[in-house]
Design a protein around this ligand. Structure first.
Ligand code: BTN
Length: 251
């Protein structure tokens, strides 16, 4: 039997679905597959301490809990399997996406989905992750200006209105398939598909680390632990395992 989600719990408004699940996890534990979805988030969070701005009028914002036998080094790659699941889901609406390492989902018009995976060891070789996913469905006035970059929304490609409940149901089914594959075959089970849609593949990009360092190179593919492989001008290879930003190619 593959991975499956519990029926999602919906709330009208919350600070952050990820913060709420982390709170519940700390207080009483969570059943793997728990899903919390919000119609509006007032304090949505993104990677690297950034905020996450959603429309509150139809964007998909939700978090789920995954737990299983895994090491910290490999568990994080589930979020990459999730990016692929989001890509599958959007393909169903005619939206062509690339997965930008580690787990952004990009269209030719900009980022359409962000994923935030936060977790820790649960003891006895188990690892737990709260994975928060935000998919832009409707255009929010001022979002691009505030973020200083282009964002894409589902309605750019597929005219609405889209019912967020239906969207979530479909998206969860695609996530289940990719997470199920990851659980049975590890990162290798999703690596090829990810490489085939990897943002910037064959292009020169710069990976910036939180500490201020940067590495520039041509995107070659993914390592066995999900690292981004960059080849420098002189042939030196870097396996990048964490970035604050990946930039330099606008495709
Ligand atoms: C990113 O691209 O920086 C990650 C964005 C993750 C946003 C989602 S929306 C649902 C969940 N709750 C949050 O506060 N953040 C995640």
């Amino acid at each position: 039997m593959g991975f499956s989600f519990l029926p999602p719990e919906w709330v009208d408004e919350i600070g952050s679905t990820s913060d709420e699940l982390k709170k519940r996890l700390a207080a009483a534990g969570l059943t793997p597959g728990t899903v919390l979805a919000a119609r509006r988030q007032t304090r949505g969070r993104g990677r690297m301490g950034n905020g996450w701005l959603s429309s509150g009028e139809g964007d998909a914002t939700f978090s789920f809990y995954w737990e299983g036998a895994a090491e910290a080094a490999t568990a994080g790659t589930i979020s990459m399997a999730c990016a692929l699941g989001v890509r599958d889901f959007l393909a169903g609406y005619g939206v062509e996406c690339r997965c930008k390492w580690p787990n952004d989902v990009m269209t030719e018009r900009g980022k359409i989905c962000g994923i935030l995976a936060e977790g820790g060891a649960r003891g006895e070789g188990r690892f737990g992750l709260v994975v928060g996913i935000g998919v832009n469905v409707r255009r929010v006035a001022g979002r691009d200006e505030l973020l200083g970059r282009r964002t894409a929304v589902l309605e750019d490609f597929s005219s609405g209105p889209h019912d967020v409940g239906e969207l979530l149901e479909k998206l969860l089914a695609d996530l289940e398939r990719r997470i199920g594959a990851w659980e049975s075959g590890g990162f290798a089970a999703v690596a090829r598909d990810l490489e085939n849609c990897l943002w910037g593949r064959g292009k020169t990009v710069t990976a910036r680390t939180a500490g201020g360092g940067k590495t520039t190179g041509t995107v070659r593919g993914l390592g066995a632990l999900g690292e981004l492989i960059l080849d420098g001008e002189n042939g030196e290879r870097t396996m990048v395992s964490s970035v604050s930003a990946l930039e330099g190619w606008d495709g």
